[in-house]
Ligand binder design. Sequence first.
Ligand code: HDD
Length: 701
Amino acid sequence: MATPKRPATPARREKKPASAPERRGNAGELHQLTGDGHPPLTTNQGIPVADNQNSLRAFPRGPTLLEDFILREKITHFDHERIPERIVHARGSGAHGYFELTRSLKKYTRASILTETGVRTPVFCRFSTVAGGAGSIDTPRDVRGFAVKFYTQEGNWDLVGNNIPVFFIQDAMKFPDLVHSVKMEPDRGFPQAASAHDTFWDFISLTPESMHMIMWAMSDRTIPRSLRMIEGFGVHSFRLVNDKGVATFVKFHWRPVLGLQSTCWDEAVKIAGNDPDFHRRDLFESIQRGDFPEWELGVQLFTEEQAESFPFDHLDPTKLIPEELVPLQIIGRMVLDRWPDNFFAETEQVAFCPANIVPGIDFSNDPLLQGRLFSYLDTQLIRLGGPNFHQLPINAPKCPFANHQRDGYMQTRIPKGRVNYEPSSLQGDTPRQTDAGFPSFPEPAESGTKTRLRPESFADHYSQARQFYRSQTAIEQAHIAYALVFELSKVETLAVRERMVGHLRHIDADLAGRVADGLALDALPPPPPAFVEPRDLPPSPPLQLIGKGKPTLKGRAVGILVDDGSNGSAIAALKKAVEAAGASVKIVAPRIGGAVLKGGRRLPADGKLDGTPSVVFDAVAVILDPAAGVKLAQEAAAADWVRDAFGHLKAIAFDAGARALVEKAGIKPDAGVLDAADIAAFLKQAATRQWSREPTLRTLP
Ligand code: HDD
């Protein structure tokens, strides 16, 4: 018996709008609309498709025919939909926006993006984790990439940085080793998106230059609350060059307007299970609701002579320049105000390259940067499949560009004329070099012998690590010690654990002792030989994270747990006040349909209780009818909701009806546990984490 044919278009048939029989497509092409007003489905050759449900069969129950070019084209395209993911920074989220200069650097550079105040330059910004694959979680302990493509009038400038101002290694030669060590171990294919394993710590413990970065990586900077709350750093020294050819060194810093904020480790782990897309969703939702993420751009400017007086070499990417030595000057702001239309076309295909710079900006001799100048173009050739990836809309400059490069895979432009070489005389409109073109800074070359030696000025591996650790608050120091103990406890090889603690002894004796104790080592292992005796540098408070937090609810999220019989006016008053303070509010209830409030009105829920745990909020409130409070005290998900909020140092407001639940969760009263009626007190406590609660909850090393 013949199988009935499915209808060609499963969609409900609507009446064709009489006034719109045709419509222009994205590329301006004219579509004859189908009867129900949609543009017709076609093959990639533009041939209209009559049936998108059934392949062509020899007879209804017979084999499929090779002749079916529609099926073959569709399946072939699908088979080729994936491209190689980035070897590092595979997991990322991006957004469009603009950069606006607020203070001209005309004295230092001729780059118009840094001299013309008030001009809005379009940007695309991509944030990423480093180690995990494209489908991995958003909240592992990891460095975050912070890459910005500025589409300037003078060409694309890519500032490809991280949320940490230093790096693990000094020389690009070591990058493949570093990355191999942190990725999944090659024989077993795990762990995914985690540095807590033997190969990473084996490499690190044999690489003393990584110690400064390790202090940052073990701090809460690597478990951020939101991508909107991280800093960004260009890491290397770059040069600014003015119209007289005078150069000044520069370090670039991004500062989030919302202030810095991180999660607790236990919270980050639980978020990973509940919402692997936590940071992507947070960025998406904030942009969709018009709460646009914003950063200030700051620069540290210094001359060659100043650099010579620094107690470290600024060309060494494992060193930073303390702000006490060279103050940060804010010169502009970046606002991300548009989510991409298509994730693959934009966020996946965007190709950053630190070698993309504009006249007026130049490189330094940082050997890590020098290696990067090669690596990124090379990686895009394999990742995006050929030399014309710069023509993809997300990568193409927004200013005119023209040269004699031709052909290659996926050439999408149609160059005109017979001249594709230079010098030439046959065609008047071919591009020619210009005096306004990019001039490399004529740095005088030192004479010397070709060598593979590291400069001696790169040899101090511990002093800035010590400075970082000693600049932290007591809470942050405890978190660093805790993170080291946690990570090293996942290392199976005792010798690796011991070797790491040996390094810590050069950084800070107390830290080494805490970690050795946390690992239950019998004795402190010997420190490895240090090339340069570590020095005590003055503490630098801007290195703290907590110090850069802002007591604000702006950009934060508050969850209110309700159930049948909850007091609607108390909920409404709280919601209004929290929203007025700049936070978003989500109603959580045992069922997604919401709760029937006292008085009979139904309040729809934004999330179901066990699918919307308190880890996704910055502060919580529980407003319940006493009967519901008693009922929910028996629900593990409800008790966890309150217990986790308490454990993650969040403010909790509750009314009398919620008392049974709050007691079941074992909450002890403190300044952050509040009566829901005292809205002003809740707003104040919700704007910050309850750090003083932490020692009452867990033993930190
Ligand atoms: Fe890198 C991607 C940042 C050192 C080689 N890197 C990549 C991305 C960021 C950084 C943010 C993701 C860009 C995106 O969103 O597409 N990388 C850094 C920073 C470094 C650094 C701040 C040190 C200061 N990187 C570094 C070295 C090398 C690379 C030393 C190689 C010698 N990085 C790459 C790469 C990637 C990359 C393999 C992978 C995907 C890509 O480039 O486009 O070329």
